[in-house]
Design a protein around this ligand. Structure first.
Ligand code: BGC
Length: 250
């Protein structure tokens, strides 16, 4: 029997959050627990905080891996990039470092892959056939490609070069905030981004996640695409839920 309650942890730039996840329904069991990300966010420092989060839930944990998300490419447990995080993560054996600190197995996964998979299993793309591309608009742009319910990991579509720019530097939600853009000013950037993704990948469904998706009604209806585009449903629970799913299902 696969465990039903699995710990998912989301490592972000400002906070590290954990919650027990009921995989039967794809939602939290009890409260989320959050600790600030250390100012110097090296793998060892972050792993110390992750260990405190695991300790918090220790009494309720089954054996087996903890699922952890990280905002970088994660290939075979090694973090290969560090677009918005401390550069010391590049080429770090991060899954092993975390697992050593925790004294238990870890499944480390890209943050957007975790969030996208959660949407495919429990949220806006549940039961969707064909090719679904889930993007998260936050500090950067994360992406998950899911085909017939199977994740194709580490797609990094936030770094498509569009009109000579790294796409996330024009269209991430953090850029909207930084440049003080209204939705009317932000929409053309999203239009350019999503029409490029549509042209290159021809998905059956686009899902938009990240904090800004709470305001999806302010921008999604204004995008002119032939692909259906919908808001994510799990909001800020998606990463933790997806990490727990991956920990339990591999
Ligand atoms: C990173 C991705 C990450 C995304 C969202 C991008 O800058 O390259 O790995 O998924 O930000 O955090």
């Amino acid at each position: 029997m696969k465990p039903q309650h699995v710990l998912g942890i989301d490592i972000g730039g400002t906070g590290i959050k954990g919650a027990l996840v009921d995989l039967a329904v794809g939602d939290f069991v009890g409260e989320r627990f959050r600790i600030e990300t250390p100012a110097t966010s090296t793998p060892d420092n972050v792993a110390d905080v992750v260990a405190q989060i695991v300790d918090h839930f220790a009494g309720d944990l089954a054996d087996g891996p903890v699922g952890i998300t990280f905002p970088a490419v994660v290939q075979h447990g090694t973090t290969l990039s560090a677009a918005n995080v401390d550069p010391s993560w590049i080429d770090a054996p991060a899954e092993r470092i975390l697992s050593d600190h925790l004294g238990r197995p870890v499944a480390l996964v890209n943050d957007a892959d975790a969030a996208g998979l959660a949407e495919a299993k429990y949220g806006a793309a549940k039961n969707a056939d064909g090719l679904v591309i889930i993007t998260t608009l936050g500090t950067g742009i994360g992406s998950a490609i899911v085909y017939n319910g199977v994740l194709i990991p580490n797609s990094e579509l936030g770094h498509l070069e569009i009109d000579g720019h790294d796409a996330e530097k024009r269209a991430a939600a953090s850029i909207k905030a930084k440049e003080g853009l209204s939705y009317d000013e932000y929409v053309p950037r999203l239009q350019r981004y999503y029409e490029t993704v549509e042209f290159l990948f021809n998905p059956d469904l686009l899902v938009v996640g990240g904090g800004v998706s709470k305001k999806a009604h302010k921008f999604l209806p204004k995008l002119k695409l032939r692909t259906p585009i919908v808001a994510a449903e799990l909001q800020n629970r998606a990463g933790i839920v997806g990490a727990a799913w991956i920990a339990a299902n591999g």
